[in-house]
Design a protein around this ligand. Structure first.
Ligand code: FE2
Ligand code: FE2
Length: 187
C-alpha cells in the first residue's frame, strides 16, 4: 500500500514505535512540555478552522445564499491558508532538522511528513485559486458564482481530509519525540 497522503489510512507501522513509549492516552496536558502543548494547540486551531468552513458550506447546502457563504468562509479561508503554510515552513525549516539529528532512527518518518507538506502545499494552492475564483465571480455578478462555490467546497473537502491525516500522523511522531528529547526542544 502506498504511503502517499491521499491514500494512506494511518501512520505506517514502521514509524509508530515512538508512540509505544509515549501513547496518546498519556498526552495529558500536565505531562506534556510547553512545545508539545503548543504544537497540539496549533493543530487544534487548523481542525477548528476546517470544521468552521465545513459548517459554512453545510449552511449553504441547506439553503443559504452565496453572499453569506462568502462572508463566512473567505476570511477563515485566508487565515487557514496563511497559518498552515507558515506552520509547515517552521516545521520543515526548523523542527524537522532538529528531530532528524536527535532521533536519527525516525528519519524515514520525517521524510514522510516532509512529503506530506509538499502534497498539502499543492492542495493549499488549489484552495487559494478556488477561493479567488469564487470571490471574483461573486464580486463581478457572474452567473456561474454557484459553480465556483461548489468547486471551492470540493477543494476544501479534499484539502481538509489530507490535512487531517497529516496532522494526526505527525502528532504520532512529533509529540512522543519532543517528550523523549525535551532538552533539545526547551526554549
Ligand atoms: Fe506538518
Ligand atoms: Fe504540524
Amino acid at each position: 500500500m502506498s504511503d502517499a497522503l491521499d491514500v494512506r489510512q494511518a501512520l505506517p507501522e514502521a514509524h509508530r514505535w515512538l508512540l509505544e513509549t509515549y501513547p496518546r492516552l498519556r498526552w495529558h496536558d500536565a505531562e506534556l512540555g510547553e512545545v508539545a502543548r503548543f504544537w497540539l494547540q496549533m493543530h487544534g486551531g487548523f481542525r477548528q478552522k476546517q470544521a468552521a468552513m465545513a459548517g459554512q458550506v453545510a449552511a449553504w447546502h441547506a439553503g443559504g445564499d452565496l453572499v453569506s457563504l462568502h462572508r463566512g468562509l473567505i476570511p477563515t479561508l485566508q487565515a487557514y491558508l496563511q497559518h498552515l503554510d507558515g506552520h509547515h515552513r517552521v516545521e520543515t525549516g526548523h523542527y524537522f532538522p532538529v528531530m532528524r539529528r536527535v532521533e536519527p532512527r525516525i528519519t524515514a518518518g520525517i521524510d514522510l511528513l516532509d512529503a506530506d507538506h509538499d502534497a498539502i502545499h499543492g492542495q493549499l494552492e488549489a484552495l487559494f485559486k478556488a477561493g479567488l475564483g469564487f470571490h471574483q465571480a461573486l464580486a463581478s455578478g457572474a452567473p456561474d458564482a454557484a459553480d465556483h462555490a461548489a468547486h471551492l467546497a470540493d477543494a476544501l473537502e479534499r484539502a481538509s481530509r489530507q490535512t487531517d491525516r497529516h496532522l494526526e500522523d505527525e502528532e504520532d511522531i512529533v509529540i512522543p519525540l519532543i517528550t523523549r528529547h525535551a532538552d533539545a526542544f526547551a526554549h
